[in-house]
Design a protein around this ligand. Structure first.
Ligand code: NAG
Ligand code: NAG
Ligand code: NAG
Ligand code: NAG
Ligand code: NAG
Ligand code: NAG
Ligand code: NAG
Ligand code: NAG
Ligand code: NAG
Length: 635
């Protein structure tokens, strides 16, 4: 009997240890790895989770499933893993979203959205218990939807991108007990230990710079019963996705152990990281060619100096001492000049209220960008404005057009934005001949814009007032998400930094009546403009346009009049045909009127607006109010 048990135990142990631990000191010719998406092994033995392709995920899993529970009802066995990673972003200030260590029931995460969910989830399954996903995220962007603490944090995620616990990346020094910050995307290798104690049900995550022994104190320590989260058999691996910009995510080495001490990595046999992509490759030929090249250089020097003088003038920029803090957000004019092929008309995307916008492709990285040239003569307020631009560049939301940086020349400010392939919403709504948007798409865009504006108003460190919401300031990305652009720009003009602007800048038809009196933009003046925007999208008409008699027709008043007659649905865009959801259309039109209320205090907040749009809270009945231009006189 005893022997039988012993043999049985031995068998169990063997069966179990067949694949319950592994060590990769580098990934040279590594076996038992399943890669998909952008993930690949490099020739020098690095596991790369992504490459320079944009908007795509990459996954790398250990090919065999691991047994995390003895049986489905059992509790989770202790496990531990350690790995060394390095993140090299395309640009110092922005890059991909981050990567995760993941434990998943399946190696096939092809359902994951390519953009925003770290290659783990999509819009519908994010947050759902049926995912059975445990991940530790190393996140280098701050996304408001995930309630991220900053753009350099580590978090424990259970079935959702909203972390159960997260902290800025750091380690606690054994020497003095102080927390020392770590920059995830510094390009330097960082070692991570993730340990779960099955008995104490404690999940620990510890980080440290490479070569430093494991700190005694974990950074994250979460007590969680994983029994209902992890299934009996699970796969372990890594996941990442690239957004607009990318980072290289390298895993240099990785070991995993079920129920026992983690096998140490041999740090000296880890593969080296590639030099920065632009670094100069040394070659033998150099020593032969160098003397020759030098003499050619001397001969050419004079010519070059002359050329430089010409080019310096062409590429001259304005740069002052205070801008040193913003250096990482600054693009050189030369780069932008190259990106837009010298600002050729062929690349002109449009001429807006603030200046001309060009399409460009950044030379080295091939990122598509929109480059906006704004002329302004006054130096006054520029410093504040640039500081603000830089801080707006930190705003990240899927419904905002990301500002990437700026450049300054004499009399000119140049802003660089991410490029939106589908152009502006107003061209879809109002241009003849362009394919019209169906109702589902319009409702999706409306909800997106509302969520972007809510973020500006309430969810960021400071309140950002957009000041110029309208269909032409809503751009559409490749997935037809509505994205607000130009936020904060009107402020430059309202500050008086632009020539001849003493009055309020904004767009007639979207300006809240109180602005005429106070000239003070508030979140409720944005809500007013958002109301006019809702009506534009639902009615397919501009906020102000000439009617059949050539009279100026204010859209809000026109819809309002129909509502009074109980015929609000008749104001819908005829191009929609019969293909719309009447409840949604009714909601959007009424909400448009509600937001356009002449009294600021009677308008809803953007938080309420999103609740109405999501159907979380019913729209209160609309009360008749005064024709808004009458009201303006009374104010
Ligand atoms: C990996 O495989 C290649 C070709 O199969 C071989 O030339 C190389 O030496 C191997 N490298 C290691 C580290 O085993
Ligand atoms: C990135 O990786 C994918 C999949 O391996 C590949 O199809 C694509 O060509 C790569 N992109 C670049 C720019 O190398
Ligand atoms: C992953 O799942 C999708 C959807 O079920 C399927 O189309 C695809 O073939 C699967 N990929 C692999 C590699 O199994
Ligand atoms: C999201 O993923 C789930 C599986 O996890 C899939 O059933 C669903 O269709 C996906 N949704 C989208 C919008 O891709
Ligand atoms: C944290 O983990 C539990 C599972 O134990 C989950 O139900 C909960 O929603 C998670 N999320 C947050 C933000 O706490
Ligand atoms: C470490 O990072 C946190 C959060 O980003 C920050 O508040 C703190 O000032 C940093 N500490 C040091 C010493 O840089
Ligand atoms: C997790 O961290 C806590 C606090 O640092 C420590 O007391 C505990 O022993 C750790 N558990 C494991 C499994 O490492
Ligand atoms: C952990 O959760 C499982 C299933 O939800 C439950 O059966 C078990 O009793 C829990 N363990 C503890 C120690 O609470
Ligand atoms: C670690 O790797 C180095 C270089 O490959 C090798 O010389 C050394 O013997 C290894 N150490 C151990 C303990 O395996």
């Amino acid at each position: 009997m005893v022997v039988k048990i012993f043999i049985w135990a031995l068998f169990l142990k063997l069966a179990f240890s067949a694949n319950d631990d592994f060590t990769y000191n580098g990934f040279n010719n590594a076996s038992l790895l399943s890669l998909d998406g952008l993930a690949a092994l490099s020739s020098d033995g690095l596991l790369k989770l992504t490459n320079v392709s944009r908007h795509a995920p990459g996954h790398a899993f250990f090919s065999l499933p691991l047994q995390f529970k003895k049986s489905a009802a059992d509790s989770v066995i202790s496990f531990s893993t350690t790995f060394v990673f390095a993140i090299v972003p395309e640009y110092p200030t922005f890059g991909g979203a981050g990567f995760t260590f993941v434990i998943s029931p399946s190696k096939n995460l092809s359902y994951a959205s390519p953009n925003y969910f770290l290659g783990l989830f999509n819009m519908t399954d994010n947050g759902k218990p049926y995912n059975h996903i445990l991940a530790v995220e190393f996140d280098t962007s701050r996304s408001p939807e995930a309630h991220d603490v900053d753009n350099n944090h580590v978090g424990i995620d259970i079935n959702s991108l909203i972390s159960n616990q997260s902290l800025p990346a750091a380690f606690r020094s054994d020497a003095d007990g102080q927390l020392k910050n770590l920059s995830l995307s510094s390009g330097e290798p960082i070692q991570v230990w993730i340990e779960y104690d099955g008995l104490g049900m404690q999940l620990n995550v510890t980080l440290s710079p490479l070569w430093m022994p494991k700190p005694k104190h974990a950074l994250l320590s979460l007590t969680v019963n994983l029994s209902s989260i992890l299934l009996e058999h699970m796969y372990v691996g890594f996941s990442a996705s690239t957004g607009l910009a990318y980072s290289y995510y390298y895993i240099l080495g990785w070991s995993f152990k079920m129920d026992g001490k983690i096998p140490e990595l041999n740090l000296s046999s880890l593969p080296p990281l590639p030099q920065t992509p632009t670094s100069f490759k040394k070659s033998k030929a150099l020593s032969i060619w160098l003397p020759l090249a030098l003499s050619v250089f001397v001969l050419m020097a004079a010519a070059i100096v002359m050329l430089i003088m010409v080019r310096r003038k062409r590429f001259s920029e304005l740069q002052e001492d205070w801008e040193i803090d913003f250096a990482s957000h600054r693009f050189s004019y030369k780069k932008l000049y190259k990106a837009t092929r010298g600002f050729k008309d062929k690349y002109l995307l449009g001429v807006g209220g603030f200046g001309r916008v060009y399409r460009g492709v950044l030379p080295a990285s091939k990122v598509e960008v929109a480059v906006k040239r704004i002329s302004h003569e006054s130096r006054q307020g520029v410093r504040e404005f640039v500081a603000e631009i830089v801080s707006l560049g930190r705003l990240r939301h899927r419904n905002l057009v990301q500002l990437l940086g700026y450049c300054r020349r004499k009399g000119e400010l140049i802003l660089v934005y991410e490029y939106m392939p589908n152009g502006s919403l107003d061209s879809f709504l109002f241009s003849e001949g362009k394919q019209t948007l169906d109702w589902g798409c319009r409702f999706w865009i409306i909800k997106g814009v509302a969520s972007g504006l809510l973020y500006l108003h309430e969810d960021w460190d400071q309140v950002v007032i957009h000041r110029d919401i309208k269909a032409s300031n809503v751009l559409l990305d490749s997935d037809m998400n509505g994205r607000l652009s130009d936020f904060g720009l009107a402020k430059l003009y309202n500050h008086g930094a632009a020539p001849q602007t003493t009055n309020v800048v904004g767009t007639v038809g979207f300006l809240a009546p109180e602005l005429v009196r106070t000239c003070k933009f508030t979140t409720s003046s944005d809500v007013f403009a958002f109301g006019a925007f809702l009506l534009e999208v639902a009615c397919g008409r501009r906020a102000i346009e000439a009617n059949e008699q050539g009279m100026e027709q204010v859209l809000v008043d026109w819809v309002f009049a129909h509502w009074r007659m109980g015929k609000i649905i008749e104001t819908k865009d005829p191009k929609l045909g019969e293909d719309y959801v009447v409840e949604e259309l009714d909601l959007v039109l009424k909400l448009g009127l509600f937001c356009s209320h002449p009294l600021p205090s009677a308008r809803p907040s953007m938080r309420q607006v999103t609740q109405f749009l999501n159907g979380d809270v019913p729209l209160p009945p609309l009360l008749p109010y005064q024709h808004h231009f009458d009201c303006m006189q009374k104010l």
